[in-house]
Ligand binder design. Structure first.
Ligand SMILES: [Zn+2]
Length: 465
């Protein structure tokens, strides 16, 4: 018996002791993406962590075993740009429906944007939001905060666990006066000491409102007017302004949903100068262009808007050359009524993307435009690194057991009416895609199996900085 235990303890290494050899779960017959290679292996999971990766005969005894049938196993994919709504905007989405959409889409961690009702911009609103979320979420959820009016409130917000600050420049959302360079610099200086990054929606309000008012006066209220108002110039001006202020504060700036050629070029220039700048693109800016408005109309309206085709090509190049760091879905659900209005200025901007992003990307893998390594880099490795999400972003022993299992052969049509999200529309509705998330594990627990949610509300966890 002593000899038997000794053998066990050697075989199981340091992570599992001989005395507690029955672990929670073993996943067998995985084709797992580990260290830039796809490896045939099994994964042992205990207490929410990956405790061993190896050959099946070497796995510890487990209470449950799941045969993954040689499907591709990726580190849990993360979406760092999600509007989960809830609270005052729960009619559009709530923590349960939004995270069910995430799990269904193969996403194990989301970061929630602060433009809620109430706006997340104090320790109290953040604490309350986390409390409500804890009871409902199915995946890991971290939270952004907008900047408060009083800079003294920044530190308590970080202490409460905000993962990052969001600076929305197209309109006044938070407490910080976005038109005041000195106030923005003061906010950046405060944040730089706290080791938290600032994510920026870069559209210059002054430039944007000026164009918008002129168009309204001329009674131009259609999509083309919206595109003219939300011009490339509006994006570039905001990026330049923020880069200039950020330089004085030596702070990490992360530009959300970059959409134009010169926007990306300005960011690349900043990166080349050695500034800690990162950026994100979205599936809609990569895969849709202004031509698609003819077909989809205001349903496809986002901010910044989808652009003329040449911009898409530049964004794809940015991915290929490694300038684009992250792919975020900018899941921004609204009701159909809010999306279908005559006057374009009244249409709510944003599309639900949590359930389409991974299939759309895997389809691009099939087409040879992306590699599996690109998908993992853009949606797991880089998000974990940039947002400092420790223990996530790669499959390795000791990391959290966040796992996305995909079937690369599975073809299907996007059917928005079947979304778990409350927003049952998509600019990608009806698209034929290949590559489907079939199992989502969050902290070692199976949350989604073949499109069905198999865990209880509250199974996910709240991520604090
Ligand atoms: Zn957004």
């Amino acid at each position: 018996m002593i000899k038997y235990l000794l053998v066990l303890s050697v075989r199981f290494g340091n992570n599992v002791r001989a005395t507690d050899v029955i672990i929670d779960l073993v996943l067998t017959k995985a084709k797992a993406y580990i260290d830039k290679e796809i490896v045939d292996c099994s994964l042992a999971i205990n207490d929410g962590k990956i405790v061993k990766i190896g050959k099946e005969p070497n796995m510890p005894k487990a209470q449950a075993k799941i045969d993954l049938k040689h499907l591709l196993v990726l580190p849990g994919l993360m979406d760092v740009h999600v509007h989960l709504r809830d609270e005052g905007k729960a009619y559009k989405e709530d923590f349960y429906s939004g995270t069910a959409a995430a799990a269904s889409g193969g996403i194990t961690t989301v970061l929630d944007m602060p433009n809620n009702d109430p706006v997340t911009m104090s320790a109290e609103t953040l604490r309350n939001r986390m409390k409500i979320a804890q009871e409902k979420v199915l995946v890991n959820v971290g939270f952004y905060s907008e900047f408060p009016k009083n800079m003294k409130e920044i530190k308590p917000i970080v202490e409460e666990g905000a993962v990052a600050f969001k600076l929305f420049m197209a309109d006044q959302v938070g407490g910080l006066n976005i038109d005041d360079d000195n106030a923005v610099l003061e906010a950046f200086n405060t944040v730089s000491k706290l080791n938290v990054l600032v994510a920026v929606h870069a559209e210059d309000r002054t430039e944007l409102k000026k164009a918008e008012e002129e168009l309204k006066r001329a009674n131009c209220n259609d999509i083309s007017a919206f595109l003219r108002a939300h011009s490339e110039k509006v994006e570039v001006k905001a990026i330049k302004r923020i880069t200039k202020i950020a330089k004085q504060a030596s702070i990490h700036i992360h530009f959300c949903h970059v959409s134009t050629e010169n926007g990306l070029k300005t960011i690349i220039d900043g990166k080349k100068s050695g500034m800690p700048i990162t950026c994100e693109v979205t599936p809609h800016h990569l895969l849709l262009s202004a031509d698609d408005f003819k077909r989809i109309g205001t349903l496809a309206l986002t901010m910044p808007p989808i652009r003329e085709k040449p911009h898409c090509a530049v964004l794809w190049n940015g991915i290929k050359n490694g300038w684009v760091d992250v792919l975020g879905s900018d899941h921004a659900p609204h009701t159909l009524q809010e999306k279908k209005l005559e006057i374009v200025w009244s249409v709510k901007v944003g599309v639900p993307n949590l359930e389409t992003t991974i299939p759309l990307l895997l389809t691009q893998v099939k087409k040879g435009r992306l590699s599996i390594g690109d998908v993992v880099r853009l949606m797991a490795e880089k998000p974990a690194e940039i947002f400092n999400l420790k223990g996530r972003g790669s499959l390795k022993e000791g990391n959290c057991a966040d796992i996305t299992v995909v079937d690369l052969r599975r073809k299907f049509r996007v059917d928005a009416s079947k979304f778990h999200s409350k927003a049952k529309y998509s600019p990608f509705d009806g698209w034929l895609v290949q590559g489907k998330p079939v199992k989502t594990f969050v902290n070692g627990r199976l949350i989604m199996d073949e499109g069905e949610i198999v865990a209880n509300a509250g199974s996910g966890s709240i991520i604090r900085s």
